[in-house]
Ligand binder design. Structure first.
Ligand SMILES: [Zn+2]
Length: 210
C-alpha cells in the first residue's frame, strides 16, 4: 500500500487550477541568466540535527540545480530571501489537512513563506515521534538522520516552487505532484518533471531581469 502524503494545503492559498483547464506551459526559457533563489531555513524550535539540516539543504539545492535554477541557503532574512520555517506541527488553522508536511502561505496566488512540519514528516516516514503541540519546545533533535532530511528537502523544494513560480500547476509526477508516497520521499534522485522545470526557469529568468 502506498502512503500518500499531502504536501500543500492552506486556506490562505489557492494554487491548483481546475483540472479541466490546465494553464499553457511556458515556452522556451529566455536567454537570460537565471536568478539565484535565496532561502533562509529557520529552525526556531531546534528540531533538526546538523545532519538533518544539511540533508535538507543538499536535497533542495540538488533538485533546483537539476532544473538549471540555482538555489542557495543564506543565514539572514531580508530582500528577496524566502523564509522557510520548521515547526513541530503546522497549526491546524493554516491547513485543513493535519497530515500536510509543508505549506506555502501568503496572499492567494502569491505565497511568500514556507512552513514545514516535522511531526507530519515523521508520521509519513513511519518514524515514531511524539505528537507535538504548538507549545513543544524540547531541544532534542529530530530522529531519522539523513533520510529524514532528504524527505523534508523534497517537501521544501515543492513548497518553494509555489513561492517562486505561483502559476506552476501540480504535476502528475515528480516534485510538483500534489502528494508524495513514502517511496517518493525516500527514493534516490527524485526531482522536478519537465513541466515544473520550465516554470521554474521562466520565473527565475523574469526575476533576474526585473
Ligand atoms: Zn503543492
Amino acid at each position: 500500500m502506498r502512503t500518500l502524503v499531502p504536501l500543500l494545503a492552506g486556506a490562505l492559498l489557492a494554487v491548483a487550477p481546475p483540472a479541466s483547464t490546465p494553464p499553457a506551459a511556458p515556452g522556451a526559457a529566455p536567454d537570460l541568466p537565471p536568478g539565484i533563489i535565496e532561502v533562509r531555513l529557520f529552525d526556531p524550535y531546534r528540531l533538526l540535527s546538523d545532519e538533518v539540516e544539511a540533508a535538507i539543504r543538499e536535497e533542495a539545492a540538488w533538485a533546483f540545480a537539476e532544473t538549471g535554477v540555482p538555489l542557495r541557503f543564506v543565514g539572514a532574512a531580508g530582500g528577496d530571501v524566502i523564509p522557510a520555517t520548521v515547526y513541530p506541527e503546522i497549526p491546524d488553522h493554516w491547513t485543513p489537512d493535519a497530515e500536510a508536511i509543508g505549506v506555502a502561505i501568503g496572499t492567494p496566488g502569491r505565497p511568500r513563506s514556507v512552513f514545514l512540519s516535522v511531526g507530519a514528516a515523521e508520521r509519513a516516514l513511519g518514524i515514531r515521534g511524539p505528537r507535538r503541540g504548538p507549545g513543544f519546545r524540547d531541544s532534542a533533535p529530530a530522529m531519522g538522520g539523513r533520510r529524514f532530511g532528504v524527505a523534508l528537502g523534497r517537501v521544501l523544494a515543492h513548497e518553494l516552487t509555489h513561492v517562486i513560480a505561483p502559476s506552476c500547476p501540480h504535476t502528475a509526477s515528480g516534485l510538483m505532484a500534489p502528494r508524495f508516497s513514502r517511496h517518493d520521499l525516500t527514493a534516490p534522485q527524485f526531482g522536478f518533471d519537465d513541466l515544473a522545470a520550465r516554470y521554474l526557469r521562466e520565473a527565475a529568468a523574469v526575476g533576474a531581469s526585473g
